[in-house]
Design a protein around this ligand. Structure first.
Ligand code: ZN
Length: 208
């Protein structure tokens, strides 16, 4: 109930307008989606990462910003529809989606995790199961935005821990994040998962 009222309030403050061009009635209009430039590949080598859009584009940035701060579920659904074929197309055996967890403090502050929502929607659309009980944050990290490259790396070093779950260990883990810039977060998550005994780890993000 409270959640519904809160969402309605957010919708009033941020009515559905296209993040790219301001057209009303849609979180991102068809023509803006078509104009999103593709990301350079591979976005990150380890883990091997598929990123769909180029984060340097203003429209991409605006859309990701809306995803993070506006609790925009329509936009989550839209991006999941775009990412879903990339997951379906991979010859992954027993794939499992692993959302990159936000730090607890930041999650509480915002009460919303776009990566969990994205993974949940991908699970719904592709049938690939999602597990949130494998990868955890170990300590607070500062927001990555505004930190220099070396600082970013130090900021996320050893910031994850992973639990070994025998029932998924033989499958392919697919890390899900909304955006990767230097790849530092994905690399740390990858290291933690490898350390826990997982062998097949890849990642997918909306933008790079
Ligand atoms: Zn537009």
């Amino acid at each position: 109930m409270f959640q519904a009222v809160f969402s309605a309030a957010i919708d009033c403050v941020f009515p559905h307008i296209c993040a790219g061009c301001g057209l009303s009635g849609t979180p991102l209009c068809v023509s803006c989606v078509q104009n999103l430039p593709p990301a350079r590949q591979p976005a990150v080598r380890r883990p091997q990462t598929i990123a769909v859009y180029d984060y340097r584009s203003g429209i991409t940035r605006a859309a990701i910003h809306a995803l993070k701060y506006r609790r925009n579920t329509e936009l989550i659904r839209l991006f999941a529809r775009i990412l879903a074929p990339y997951i379906a197309r991979q010859p992954f055996e027993a794939p499992v989606l692993i959302p990159i967890p936000p730090h607890r403090k930041r999650r509480l502050a915002r009460g919303w995790s776009q990566t969990h929502r994205l993974a949940r929607e991908l699970e719904r659309q592709t049938g690939v199961p999602r597990r949130s009980d494998i990868l955890y944050r170990t300590r607070p990290v500062k927001a990555q935005a505004g930190l220099a490259h070396a600082e970013r790396r130090k900021n996320v070093a050893d910031s994850f821990k992973a639990r070994f779950r025998s029932e998924v260990a033989r499958g392919n883990l697919i890390l899900v994040d909304d955006v990767t810039t230097t790849g530092a977060t994905l690399r740390e998550a990858y290291a933690a998962l490898q350390g826990a005994g997982y062998k097949h780890i890849r990642a997918i993000t909306i933008a790079h």
